[in-house]
Write a protein that binds this ligand. Structure first.
Ligand SMILES: CC(C)(COP(=O)(O)OP(=O)(O)OC[C@H]1O[C@@H](n2cnc3c(N)ncnc32)[C@H](O)[C@@H]1OP(=O)(O)O)[C@@H](O)C(=O)NCCC(=O)NCCS
Length: 168
């Protein structure tokens, strides 16, 4: 298997990382069956990420010299968050996310943080499964939505916290 090398994001990675951001958006569009997520230019999310004051670091994973994954560290009000984490579909299940998360976790330890959070949408079971394997096995805040949008949106009624049943 090819080895994974993680290094800090640099400007020449821009196009590859913007494309990864589009793949991340496509994944969300697919799981919610909502083609409007991310708007007309979903790669703009990456531009917003680079410009965000909370952005405290970005790393890319290279496999055979090509960018295969992207991870970022947001820090707001002293709280660190892994955002984003995305691996190119052609390189998944090869330890790329693990290599990126190891580096972000190391950075958090160096900075003296006592935890690192990640906030996947509740519909993203693939990512939640991967995060659990990567050590994110404690639930912190839970964001609940009072849905005001289109009534056609179908929710899945299978989330249980304590004995409280919720939808995702
Ligand atoms: C989630 C994602 C980042 C995982 O990347 P990856 O490089 O395939 O993950 P790794 O190969 O490093 O696997 C890490 C661990 O997660 C596990 N894992 C990976 N995909 C999994 C899944 N779908 N369900 C359960 N566990 C999974 C692996 O088995 C591994 O655990 P192990 O070492 O104990 O076997 C990748 O699937 C992805 O980019 N998904 C689309 C974008 C996305 O949803 N990002 C998260 C947004 S919050």
């Amino acid at each position: 298997m090819s080895s994974v090398e993680v290094r800090a994001y640099a400007e020449p990675d821009y196009d590859a990382c913007r494309a990864l951001w589009v793949m991340l958006t496509d994944h969300h569009r697919e799981i919610y069956d909502a083609p409007n997520i991310g708007g007309d230019d979903p790669g703009k999310g990456f531009d917003d990420f680079l410009a965000d004051d909370r952005m405290n670091g970005a790393w890319v994973a290279e496999v055979d010299g090509a960018v295969a994954g992207l991870a970022g560290l947001y820090v707001a009000h002293g709280a660190p968050e892994l955002e984003p984490l995305v691996v190119h579909p052609g390189h998944r299940n090869q330890g790329v996310a693990r290599a990126l998360v190891d580096v972000v976790t190391g950075e958090c330890r160096t900075r003296g943080f006592s935890y690192l959070s990640v906030n996947p949408v509740a519909r993203n079971l693939q990512a939640i499964g991967a995060y659990k394997s990567l050590g994110f096995d404690v639930v912190g805040d839970v964001e609940l939505l009072l849905w005001l949008g289109d009534r056609e949106r179908r929710w899945i009624d299978d989330v249980v916290i304590g004995d409280i049943r919720l939808q995702r």
